[in-house]
Structure formats: C-alpha cells, structure tokens
Design a protein around this ligand. Structure first.
Ligand SMILES: *Cc1c(COP(=O)(O)O)cnc(C)c1O
Length: 329
C-alpha cells in the first residue's frame, strides 16, 4: 500500500524547492473581475522558470533523490513542459537527465528541452516505444524514472502553488485549476481542503480528449483518443496503473468544467489584450471558463494560469482575432 500524500509533505516540498523556483505574482485582473462581478486574480505560473508550474514538482522530486540516485541520473518521457522542467531541475542540481521522445515530436520542442540541458533520445514512432527506452535506462543504467504527475514528490511540489495562493489570499472562494494528469489539481486541492474545506476547487479541461474527466466518469483509468487542441499541454492519458491522482481528483474536486477550442482561443486572446500576459492554451482554460460563464457564482476567484509555452506564430494568429481550429489544419 502506498502512503497517502499529506499537507506536511507540501510544507516540506516548499522548504526543499525554496530558491529553486519563483514565488510567482498573484495579479488582479480588472477585466475579468468586471465580467464576473467579483474579484478575480491570475496566479502567474507562466512566469515560472521554464515557463510552467511543472518545475515545482520536478525540482522537489530531483532534490529529494538520494546521493546514489543523483549520481546515476534521471529519465523521463515528455514532449513539453514537464521535459523542460525536469531537464532544468536536474541541471540545477548537477544531475544528468535523459528525456526520451518519439520521432513525431516537432523539432522546436526537442530544441526547447535540449536547451535546458537534457540529453534527448529520439526513439521510434510512439510514446510507447520511447517508454521502452526509459525502462531500459532504468534497468541497465540504474537511472531513476520520474513521471510527470503520478508521483508523491511531484504532487507535493505542485501543491506549493496552492500554498502561495492561499497565504496571499486566505479568503479565496474558488480556485480554477487546469487539469490533465491531475498532479497539479491533486496537490493544490490537498492544500486548499487542508486549510479550508470550504474553498471550491474546480478542475478545467478541454472538450477534446480529457482523460481524467472521462476516467472519473467511467470509474477507472480510461484511455481517450488524443486530438489536436490549443490546450496541447493537457493532452495524454492518466496511466492504467494510476496510483495517486485519480483518487485524489475524485475525492478533492468540487466541480469539473470543459471548454471548447473557440473558448480556449478567447481565453488566450483575453489574457493578452486585457492582462498583457502571453499564456498558452492549457494555461488559459480557467480564463476561458470564466468568460464563457461556465463557473456559477465564483466569488473571490484565483485562476491558475499555468504556462506560457505557445508557438509565437500561433499566438499571433489567435491574438489577432482568429479562432484557430488545429483539427482543420
Ligand atoms: C501539465 C500542465 C497542466 C496540467 O497539469 P497536470 O498535473 O498534468 O494535471 C496544466 N497546464 C500546463 C501549462 C501544463 O504544462
């Protein structure tokens, strides 16, 4: 039996990662506050090192390794923000990192991860084949695999984001949390419910292929078809043998909301024009949900804006008014 993750784990994660992550700003949004009729803030993790909150969990997991594990290095599978974060956290701790990915991953993403200091291994044509290489590195080279969300140290690290929000704004009524594998939601909701069970935690995902919400509806981890979406960082499954996030998301979330592609584009656009923030699709789903009126009576609201890593040409088209549909391209 695995040990449950506790509030104390988040407090020690905060100590562990202090100085390795930015305490990001909590920025009032005048435009959203006016639209909603109650105060709204953005918790600006798009300003986090590496461009997303994923550094919190990755830093905690890497720094908590034993010296023997650090000496052998870490390995992960990721095409996006987690790969960058793990590479950065490892380099910062003087630990070797290898990120495995399939040859379908676009070159700019490969370069982004390499730029953070990871060795990138391009293996085969699917995530599964990349995973085989990870398994080999663990078995033959003794490296430690650190998964992107379903891991106690990752979840505790993401929880530090919730801690920062509630310390700055103890009266918060509603937290809007982008949801994919659920590491962020699990950590933040654990903190919120430990401090004040009355804080409402809303998980937000895209209509196009949300694995966690589908899994919760089915009552077990369920694979969904991956489709092109503006919220690309929210794609992917929750793992057949999910250990933590499935149960924690089921137990700790008050509501789930789904947003469509036009709403996500609207969120990205509003973040830029009203709040001067470049936010990627996954990071803008909370803004999208508020603007579409999908969260009833939210009260004092904090929107977790989780990342900034969006292709600049795509951002320009959306900010310019286009409702880009990636499925039609
Ligand atoms: C990974 C990610 C999420 C979702 O986090 P999970 O822990 O997988 O639910 C949200 N936003 C951004 C920008 C991300 O990179």
């Amino acid at each position: 039996m695995k040990d449950p993750i506790t509030f104390a784990d988040v407090l020690s994660a905060r100590k562990t990662i202090a100085g390795h992550v930015i305490h990001t700003p909590l920025r009032p949004s005048t435009a959203l506050s006016e639209q909603v009729g109650s105060p709204v803030w953005l918790k600006c993790e798009q300003q986090q090192y590496t461009g997303s909150f994923k550094l919190r969990g990755a830093a905690n997991a890497v720094l908590r390794l034993s010296d023997a594990q650090k000496a052998k290095g870490v390995v992960g599978v990721s095409t996006g923000n987690y790969g960058r974060a793990l590479a950065y956290a490892a380099r910062n701790a003087g630990v070797r990192s290898v990120i495995c990915m399939s040859e379908l991953v676009p070159q700019n993403k490969v370069d982004g991860i390499r730029a953070q200091g990871a060795e990138v291994r391009i293996i085969g044509r699917s995530q599964d084949e990349a995973q085989h290489e990870v398994d080999r590195l663990v078995k033959e080279d003794g490296m430690t695999m650190l998964p992107p969300f379903d891991h106690a140290d990752i979840i505790a690290g993401q929880g530090t984001l919730g801690l920062e929000v509630i310390e700055a704004l103890p009266d918060v009524d509603t937290l809007l949390v982008p949801l994919s594998g659920g590491g962020l939601l699990a950590g933040v909701a654990l903190v919120a419910k430990s401090i004040n069970p009355g804080i409402r935690v809303v998980g937000i995902s895209m209509e196009r292929g949300c694995a966690m919400i589908t899994s919760l509806q089915e009552g077990k981890p369920t694979a969904v078809r991956e489709l092109p979406t503006l919220a690309d960082s929210l794609g992917g499954g929750i793992g057949e043998n999910n250990q933590y996030t499935f149960d924690m998301c089921a137990d700790l979330t008050d509501d789930f909301v789904l947003v469509n592609e036009a709403q996500i584009a609207d969120g990205i656009r509003a973040a830029y024009h009203d709040d001067q923030q470049v936010i990627e699709g996954a990071g803008a789903v909370g803004i999208a949900a508020l603007r579409a009126g999908l969260v009833d009576n939210p009260g004092q609201t904090v929107v977790l804006t989780t990342g900034c890593n969006i292709d600049m040409a795509l951002h320009k088209r959306i900010a310019g008014g286009e409702d880009v549909d990636l499925m039609a391209e």
